[in-house]
Design a protein around this ligand. Structure first.
Ligand SMILES: [Zn+2]
Length: 234
């Protein structure tokens, strides 16, 4: 058993230099002897990385097969309702969500966020064929999806316009949350035919305004901002 004279790590007999610090290994007694065979294989037996294209084919085949078999099962066996539309809609959403990661990564972020929003809207519309009423879709489903898509689109836009940090991102999130809650409560009241008035969303609004004031103060005072960054490690 031998050890590196420099760093003290235990060395295999076959090694000619220390794997950690590259110090040459020399045993004065074995100077004229043949070195042992290396304990490591000569070739790296790494598995080849999966190509994106193959992954794309796999995802497409699995999702298409799922949608097609459920449609057949729906039409031929369990045909009391159009339940397979929910499965087809889910497969469509998964395909659209996976698209930028698997098929085409050069797509701008705003474009695939729009595609994601559109696919969710199509999914919800397909669900209306199962619920047999589309009132909830037009009055709440579609407006909510549209609003969330617009909110999501704000982030890549912010990133392009301003120097994007975790703090400014948090500020955007805490401005969007209360806005979303207020609009959602008003939409629900509109659907139920109640007077336009906010209750629970007012609580969210108040809390978020306090957080926003704190965040704006931190963002505008440079020393405060640097202190927060230093303490939270970002
Ligand atoms: Zn060493």
């Amino acid at each position: 058993m031998s050890y590196c004279v420099n760093c003290g790590v235990e060395l295999d007999r076959s090694l000619k230099e220390c794997p950690l610090c590259n110090t040459p290994v020399m045993n004065p007694r074995e100077l004229n002897m043949e070195p042992d065979a290396s304990p490591y294989p000569a070739r790296k037996g790494q598995v080849e990385a999966v190509k994106r294209k193959d992954l794309g084919i796999l995802i497409t085949v699995v999702l298409t097969a799922t949608a097609a078999t459920c449609l057949l099962l729906n039409l031929l066996v369990f045909n009391a309702s159009l339940w397979s539309l929910i499965v087809i809609g889910s497969c469509l959403c998964l395909f659209v969500f996976a698209f930028p990661a698997v098929f085409y990564s050069k797509m701008p972020v705003s474009a695939y966020l729009l595609a994601d929003g559109a696919s969710v809207a199509v999914f919800l519309y397909l669900v209306t064929f199962v619920t047999r009423t589309d009132r909830w879709f037009w009055q709440i489903g579609l407006p909510v999806v549209a609003m969330l898509t617009i909110f999501a689109e704000i982030f890549p836009l912010l990133g392009r316009l301003l120097h994007f940090t975790i703090l400014s991102c948090a500020l955007a999130v805490f401005m969007e949350i209360p806005l979303f809650c207020v609009v959602l409560e008003l939409l629900i009241r509109h659907m139920l035919g109640q007077p336009y008035f906010i209750t629970w969303s007012a609580v969210v609004l108040t809390v978020c305004i306090i957080i926003d004031i704190a965040l704006v103060t931190i963002l505008t005072k440079k020393r405060l901002r640097n202190e927060v960054r230093r303490r939270l490690h970002f």
